[in-house]
Design a protein around this ligand. Structure first.
Ligand code: PLP
Length: 424
């Protein structure tokens, strides 16, 4: 399938029915799978054969959708999770354990920030946040002997900062660790981080991939490019025997599939967080039109951003498709066909006026969501990021007056008309 272009992969990758099988990916709504002999089943538990035995570890519907996302990203393997939060947690926990450390861009989603700063700390894993626009020397200074990875978001939620992926990959690789990139906002339709040196990609599929706000989900994709064995001392979980699998060593047994196999066989086995096959089915339907929707999201967002920029009631607009934007050049490099449909802006009059404006919107809804077909709006300082202090808000690139507008795929004239009446 990988010889095909992204549009074709969106529609067809992952599920290739054989003679007489359903044309549409079936929902394997079964927790268990039948075998004829005890020996057949035993070989699965020893990872000596591949096959399904229990949906907490693997399910055919989930795997077909994971394979589609792997193909879209240009990776070797992928694993679905029940949420984007679970994907980010597993992506880190698969190679970090108590006593380890990682470096992370400060421009990330508030939920990810909490997970890394508060919850992972309780597990003994420390994080150092760095300004993603800092120099290579400054970012490198955050690395320690026990640093295991570097993390960033391609386009950060909600600050919309564009990650210099090549710079981050260089820094990570100079320190012998992988670069993990959350590619939720651009999706592989607009950016493929592996082509710029990223090693692992994570997604909240809840956003554009599902696209219809029907199913919470996540995904981890491995490029297969990072040489774990070349840094075996840093990654004992992958490069030394796993006692819980009879002394099997993932890199030796699975080569380029080691990282995802470990995440599935060990983390999913022990921690769960598998998506329901029903949700994966919905995600797959969403993926079938991802290429069409992303084009429309970007077209509409560009028009809305230009409208807002020209409006005298608007104090500032942040959208990397605007030529005056700080990240315009980086966006042109990494996402020449557009970034995503999310814009942030503030109104003259500040926080109070911004909240009033939101209450006046009619077509555009206030929801705790982003990146689906319907245009929606949110005030992060009052909603998603309300647990952050003012200093943490500023560090995460979230101004107190920031309105996050997720431009949908309706007719853009109707979206602008609603914004205009609310501004008036
Ligand atoms: N990563 C990014 C960039 C996000 O925007 C989000 C949620 O908004 C997440 C991860 C977490 O994903 P989920 O809500 O699916 O758990």
């Amino acid at each position: 399938m990988s010889k095909f272009k992204p549009e074709t992969l969106c529609v067809q990758a992952g599920w290739t029915p054989k003679k007489g099988e359903p044309r549409v990916l079936p929902i394997y709504q079964s927790t268990t799978f039948k075998y004829d002999t005890s020996e057949q089943m035993a070989r699965l538990f020893d990872l000596e054969d591949s096959g399904y035995f229990y949906t907490r570890l693997q399910n055919p519907t989930n795997d077909a959708v994971a394979a589609k996302i792997a193909a879209l990203e240009g990776g070797v393997a992928a694993m679905l999770t029940s949420s984007g939060q679970a994907a980010n947690f597993y992506a880190i926990f698969n190679i970090c354990q108590a006593g380890d450390h990682f470096v992370c861009s400060s421009a990330i989603y508030g939920g990810t920030f909490n997970l890394f700063e508060v919850t992972m700390k309780k597990l003994g894993i420390e994080v150092t946040f760095v300004n993603p626009d800092a120099s290579e020397e400054e970012i490198s200074a955050a690395f320690k002997p026990n640093t295991k990875l570097l993390f960033g978001e391609t386009v950060s939620n909600p600050s919309l900062e564009v990650l210099d992926i090549e710079k981050f990959a260089r820094i990570a690789h100079n320190h012998g660790v992988p670069l993990v990139v959350d590619n939720t906002f651009p999706t592989p339709i607009n950016c493929r981080p592996f082509e710029w040196g990223a090693d692992i990609v994570v997604h909240s599929t809840t956003k554009y991939m599902d696209g219809h706000a029907t199913a919470v989900g996540g995904c981890i994709v491995d490029s297969g490019n990072f040489d774990w064995d070349a840094h075996a001392d840093k990654f004992p979980g992958l490069c030394t025997p796993d006692e819980s699998y009879h002394g099997l060593t993932y890199t030796k047994a699975f080569g380029k599939g080691a990282y995802i196999t470990k995440a599935t066989a060990q983390l999913m086995r022990d921690l769960g967080s598998i998506p329901s096959p029903q949700n994966s089915f919905l995600l797959n339907i969403g993926l079938e039109t991802l290429h069409l929707r992303m084009k429309q999201h970007c077209y509409n967002a560009q028009k809305v951003a230009e409208y807002l920029e020209a409006n005298e009631k608007v104090a500032w607009v942040n959208y990397c498709g605007l030529p005056g934007n700080k990240y315009y050049k980086l966006a042109q490099k990494y996402m020449p066909n557009g970034s995503c449909g999310v814009i942030s802006f503030g109104l003259k009059g500040g926080r109070e006026i911004s909240i009033k404006f939101m209450d006046k919107l009619e077509l555009v809804a206030i929801v705790t969501h982003v990146a689906d077909a319907r245009t929606c709006v949110l005030h992060p300082a009052s909603h998603t990021h309300r647990q952050l202090s003012n200093e943490q808000l500023i560090e995460a690139g979230v101004r107190p007056d920031l309105i996050r507008l997720s431009v949908g795929i309706e007719n853009v004239d109707d979206i602008i008309a609603d914004i205009e009446q609310a501004l008036n």
